[in-house]
Ligand binder design. Sequence first.
Ligand SMILES: NC(=O)c1ccc[n+]([C@@H]2O[C@H](COP(=O)([O-])OP(=O)(O)OC[C@H]3O[C@@H](n4cnc5c(N)ncnc54)[C@H](OP(=O)(O)O)[C@@H]3O)[C@@H](O)[C@H]2O)c1
Length: 414
Amino acid sequence: MSDTRQGRTYEIVLWGATGFTGKLTAEYLARHAPEDLRWAIAGRNRQKLEATRAELAAIAPRFAELPILEGDSHDRASLARIASETAVVCTTVGPYMTYGKTLVEVCAEAGTSYCDLTGETPFIREMLDLHHATAKSTGARIVHCCGYDSIPSDLGTFMMQEAAIERFGRPCRIVKNYIGRTKGGLSGGTAASMLTIMEAAQDKAVRRVLGHPYGLNPKGERKGPDGSDPKGVSYDPEIPCFTAPFVMAAINTRVVRRTNALLEFRYGRAFEYVEKMMLPYSPKGLALATGISAGITGLVVGLAVPPIRNLIRERYLPAPGEGPSREERERGYFNHHLFGSVETKDGAAAFLRGKVVGVNDPGYGETAKMLSESALCLARDPLTSEGGVLTPAVAMGPQLLDRLRRAGMTFEVR
Ligand SMILES: NC(=O)c1ccc[n+]([C@@H]2O[C@H](COP(=O)([O-])OP(=O)(O)OC[C@H]3O[C@@H](n4cnc5c(N)ncnc54)[C@H](OP(=O)(O)O)[C@@H]3O)[C@@H](O)[C@H]2O)c1
């Protein structure tokens, strides 16, 4: 176990083990964590926690004795107690803007490392403004975005840049992360988080954070060559392909840019990063790109209008605790194609291609894997990063890449 957290009762506490993604994460840890891992499940409802534990005991009888900790997101003392008893808190309790703030605060203060699944930019911005300095001083590694947003983008770019530096002595000046064939579902908590952001976006200050391409960078470093998120359909002659906006780019691009800043601009100050959906260069591809682009615009406009938002919530979105079935999750997958351009020392252009592939539903099957491996990495691996409000690549880059490859994900550079 790492540094200041030696001697704590647990290595990992899973907070929110009764929710849809929380149960998947508990199941992943039960199936894949080392047998000697000291961990506990935690949440607000003992009966539900006991039901989760009974499901784990069906995987292996030893989990019948798995410790249960109780608390509530709105009860600071209960969260502080949990944070003081463990090296790492792994949390699936969201929307994080509603339920997540005090937990980050108590972990930063207690020197307890932390990983979550948030994709809520305004929440992350508030956490880094309030707690980065404390976490740095206590050694707590606070790592947001350890699910489908934003590990494939953040670690995928990190992998491309490490390969470029090794091969050419310098990083890619541009990385394009194009999302290819992808299939996945939606859970109640993710739907609630989307709606929470749309509601928060009524506030002008929140809209400014959401729209800022460098909105998660440290103060004084919030500028660079990238502009606002691309809108509409475009044609990329270098691939060649059509592109459409990708819904998660609004968070993933900010995380990748924060990584560059926290790594003291290892990717360069001129580094450009773009993330979009990639469609075939064909009439069908153009039609698909146009449909995706119009659908995203329609959804954003619809969710911004309260009566339409309520209608969508009531009629079309899953309730808390609901999500894609096991069969649906097993039919899911994602494919990210990465294209890097390097300006070599002799002035020539060089290109790198990479891919990141997941073989299960991105938001649930693969997310439970990415979150659990992040928690295990924080608890067990010899990390060299300092404390602070970090990104996955900054906190755990090479070690987490190794873990996810061993866990069956593809991270590959050609
Ligand atoms: N980044 C990604 O790729 C990704 C993927 C999946 C999910 N997520 C995020 O993960 C979060 C959870 O999603 P989900 O669908 O799993 O949600 P969910 O099924 O609704 O689960 C929410 C969990 O929060 C707990 N909770 C709610 N209020 C609480 C309180 N006051 N104190 C303590 N615990 C409380 C619930 O406990 P009870 O069971 O007692 O109600 C439950 O365990 C969302 O924010 C979602 O956006 C992100």
